[in-house]
Design a protein around this ligand. Structure first.
Ligand code: FEO
Length: 405
């Protein structure tokens, strides 16, 4: 049974949150062993009941029951859709059916067609313009188009007078925090790595839209007293903290001394190269984080992407496999190239049996994404003393060019 939180936050505002500890691969791609929450909100005005987003389809029945404990679903007058990804919109078809389709759906112009395409429903729809204001039952709403956080149709809603920003995916994170609000610094500190992982995996390809949209909000001089995202903690103690954190991760600001070593090793040669570089980096006072794919363990790709974004440099090690890059590292390299800011130098090492191509192909992939590839060391079989010397020279070159040096 999922844990459900139904909490009245103020006279007008209630939170409905479900803790999804059943999901294993978010978007059927990202391994999230610590789960995720879906946050919906209910705003009650004088004569209006406004539902803000929903839960994933798998929890539609639970969502309906949780709503019925608070209101008569037929009394919902408006549904604000900040984002059509089904982790939020998946339950709305059921709720709208139970509502008799009386509620007006408010959202980006794309939402109407997506509702039809995703759920086969025609809804009473009102497209909201960027910057549009709307007063409903004494609640003064202001809508902002915030494209690509995380799809093109994403919007945010500001509740004027209350200082609440409903932000959809933005300012959210993975995992199930053991609290509703950001009141406890220890809870926040444990949660932030999951936010970093969420930004880099889910929004990473659109990262330039984070500062762009934050600037747009800041230009409005909104007094933001609370950020209510669709995932994770609600920020009321320190909303600036999550805004600043999002900006920092979007820019890939490196944590001083953090170096990521990622390798795949079929029979131990690349793992040995990984051990050589890790040992040297540690000698140089670096904080080394190593992820390996071997015949007895596979690293979490989520964690790799989350740790890559704020590393000061990266070392990628892969065998040549069928005249190409070994598949796991090929996949990881592609994700890094797409989702991580290229402000960190990369060293590529590669082992082969008879002919090496993986090093060259990896370097090409990273360079095509504007990363600086400091060196490529291709070697036959296990690293011998000569190879070890070349690797150590390359590590030294890498460190001399790391962004925090
Ligand atoms: Fe939480 Fe992009 O959906």
């Amino acid at each position: 049974m999922p844990k459900i939180h139904s909490k009245q936050i103020s006279k007008e505002l209630s939170l409905l949150r479900v803790d999804d500890d059943e999901v294993r691969y978010f978007e059927a791609l990202w391994e999230i062993e610590n789960g995720i929450t879906y946050n919906s909100y209910l705003l009650t005005g004088e004569d209006e009941v406004i539902l803000v987003d929903g839960w994933k389809r798998e929890y539609a029945d639970d969502f309906s029951e949780a709503l019925k404990d608070l209101i008569d679903i037929r009394d919902i007058t408006h549904v604000i859709v900040h984002h059509m990804e089904p982790d939020h919109s998946g339950s709305l078809a059921k709720i709208l059916k139970e509502n008799g389709f009386r509620a007006e759906v408010l959202g980006h112009p794309l939402v109407r067609g997506m509702m039809k395409a995703f759920y086969g429903i025609d809804v009473k729809f009102r497209a909201v313009k960027d910057g549009e204001r709307l007063s409903l039952g004494g609640l003064h709403l202001e809508f902002f188009h915030t494209p690509w956080l995380h799809w093109p149709e994403t919007i945010m809603t500001y509740l004027r007078g209350h200082g609440i920003l409903f932000s959809g995916d933005a300012f959210g994170g993975f995992s199930i925090p053991p609290a509703i609000f950001d009141d406890d610094d220890e809870v926040v500190s444990s949660y932030l790595p999951f936010v970093r992982e969420y930004i880099s995996t889910i929004i990473g390809s659109y990262r330039q839209h984070i500062p762009r949209n934050v600037k747009k909000l800041m230009d409005q001089r909104l007094e933001i007293r609370m950020i209510a995202p669709a995932h994770g903690l609600i920020w009321r103690k320190n909303p600036e903290r999550i805004i600043e954190y999002y900006l920092k991760i979007a820019d890939g600001i490196p944590e001083e001394g953090k170096v990521l070593v990622i390798y795949a090793s079929m029979y131990g040669s690349c793992e040995e190269a990984g051990n050589i570089v890790a040992e040297e980096l540690k000698k140089q006072g670096k904080r080394v984080i190593t992820y390996g794919f071997t015949d007895v363990r596979w690293a979490s790709i989520n964690k790799i992407i989350g740790d890559a974004v704020d590393s000061e440099s990266l070392i990628i090690i892969a065998p040549t496999y069928e005249n190409a890059v070994f598949p796991t590292i090929s996949h990881v390299a592609d994700l890094i190239a797409r989702k991580i800011p290229p402000n960190k130098p990369i060293l590529v090492l590669s082992s082969h049996g008879w002919a090496g191509v993986a090093g060259k192909k990896l370097a090409e992939r990273f360079r095509s994404a504007n990363f600086s590839v400091i060196d490529v060391v291709e070697f036959k079989g296990k690293p011998d003393e000569d190879v070890k010397k070349r690797i150590l020279e390359s590590v030294s070159k890498l460190l001399s060019q790391s962004s925090t040096n």
